[in-house]
Design a protein around this ligand. Sequence first.
Ligand SMILES: *Cc1c(COP(=O)(O)O)cnc(C)c1O
Ligand code: SF4
Length: 342
Amino acid sequence: MTSSAAEPWRVEDTRALRSWRKACRLLNLPQEDAVSLDIACRRHPLKITHHYLRLLRADKPGGPLRRMLLPDARELTHAAAESADPIGDAGIHQVAPGVIHRHPSRVLLCPTWRCGGYCRYCFRRRRVGEEWRNWRADDIRGALDYIVAHPEIKEAILTGGDPLMLNDAVLLRLLGKLRQLPQLRLLRLHTRMPAFNPRRLTGSLAAGLAALQPLWLVTHFNHPREITPEVERALGRLRRRGVPLLNQSVLLRGVNDAPATLGELCWRLAAAGVKPYYLHHPDRALGTSHFYVSLARGRRLWRDLWRDLPGYLVPMYVLDSPGGGGKAPLVPAYSARAGFVL
Ligand SMILES: *Cc1c(COP(=O)(O)O)cnc(C)c1O
Ligand code: SF4
């Protein structure tokens, strides 16, 4: 605890901005809609690292990166199609605290609800930001017991929240315990930390993760400008240790809903050694209508990607079904007469 408290990434995390009024001052934004934005930030906290703040400074008002991190009065409007648990995680599939088991072969583990920054579009925004709710020893035991009782589970996926918010010691101890279960063929980490706080990917974390192979790390980048030279260096530390890297993105209106933006994101990911894995159709979390993109538009965007990119750089376009049914691929079907059918 004490030694990691002084690590540069933790210092960066502790210094993260948590007040939208201060964000407005630093970004020279008009402090409008004060009451609404206060409410929005009570419902889903604001958190912006100084690394990311530099990107927001370079972004224009209403620009893609600002939309992802700054509160918006429209968050208080709840559309009929929206829900607090848009993909049915918390209901039927939560089998123990922070253990979500929907697909037989793999289980999601949420050891923390903290993140390196908070995305306004987050589909887990109902839980995320509950900063006090880290796993305790009995939660870890409960998760391990559950996995052992379900031998069909072959992969454990740490998600959250962001598992890289845990200290190396805590994270590697948890992963080490999972690694000792012979049924687990793969370990996986889902993290947005490389975008918010690239210093988190230290050489010693990379070495610790490499020792747990086979382990895959899945990043979360939505816009090409999130992949800065510092981020590329951080990803390089993992890659050189042989940790395979994938990326998932969320399709978001005004952020990346243009073929040129998504295409550029995929090229940059590839150059950083990251394979684009999923493009998620936006989930209908409460107060996120201003991020929503229609299915028809999403499909046209995906078709443009397919046309413009090498096949291995095209992410699979998926929709998480609202009832908790899992991900449905939205790739177009083929018709011999018409080519793609959308
Ligand atoms: C997305 C998801 C997974 C992982 O799915 P993959 O297709 O293996 O990436 C596992 N469990 C749940 C509940 C999920 O939503
Ligand atoms: S990092 Fe992931 S879990 Fe955290 S706020 Fe963003 S989308 Fe939600």
